[in-house]
Design a protein around this ligand. Sequence first.
Ligand SMILES: Cc1cc2nc3c(=O)[nH]c(=O)nc-3n(C[C@H](O)[C@H](O)[C@H](O)COP(=O)(O)OP(=O)(O)OC[C@H]3O[C@@H](n4cnc5c(N)ncnc54)[C@H](O)[C@@H]3O)c2cc1C
Length: 224
Amino acid sequence: MYPDEFDYYEAETIEDAIDLLEEHSMAETELLAGGHSLLPAMKTGLSSPEVLIDISQIDELRDIPVEDDTLVIGAMTRYSDLLDAETAHEHAPALTAAVEWVGDQQVRNRGTLGGNLAHADPASDLPGPALVSDASLVVHGPDSERRVPAEEFYFGMYATDLGPSEILTGIEVPSAADAVGSYVKKPSPSSGYAMVGVATLLTMDGDTVSSVRVGANGIMDHGV
Ligand SMILES: Cc1cc2nc3c(=O)[nH]c(=O)nc-3n(C[C@H](O)[C@H](O)[C@H](O)COP(=O)(O)OP(=O)(O)OC[C@H]3O[C@@H](n4cnc5c(N)ncnc54)[C@H](O)[C@@H]3O)c2cc1C
């Protein structure tokens, strides 16, 4: 199947992307990140944007630095880039455990963490782990930058706190280097998405568990 016709723009910077979103605010607009949710939706006619803004060439969205005990994951970080980063396994063990379950190698080579979290598919693997990791989502808009705790980001199926001219630029994860994280899912036999996926984060005080956080995907209209 072929998508309907659309106008295509390539953003070079975050500001560029926001300007394009504002300029085309009267049209149905989508950001193109890894394209692994958007393009299937366009090909099957579920989504027919009039304007596509490609953010995949914005290099500043692909860093994964550790700043002040926080792992900062650029929104355009691909799953495979995260799994290659030792610091990500160390500081965000629940999130990296979940990324290992996403799709197959091809999907992990193209799909992005920002695209996954912004898309808000209730059966995707990352919202629950983002919640147990106490992550905040960094959102840039015209003249604004805000941080939204993951627990306030999701409103329902495919519905988030992102405004029409806003872009998710990063995910901030407080270091859980002293914790043990895990993720296990029962995949749908047809799609591989989560029928249910459970993330846990155990904070250790020596050999003693001092706190337990549990999150889940697939069981409600958004991660819990
Ligand atoms: C065969 C296959 C199997 C898959 N299996 C799984 C799986 O097991 N688990 C799983 O979790 N996912 C799975 N996926 C989905 C995959 O993880 C997608 O990559 C992900 O859901 C979307 O990320 P993306 O970068 O491809 O975003 P895109 O498809 O490019 O964009 C998706 C949506 O998010 C918006 N968006 C993207 N980036 C931003 C941003 N920075 N700011 C604001 N909005 C943004 C776009 O406008 C669009 O509406 C699978 C996909 C395929 C094709």
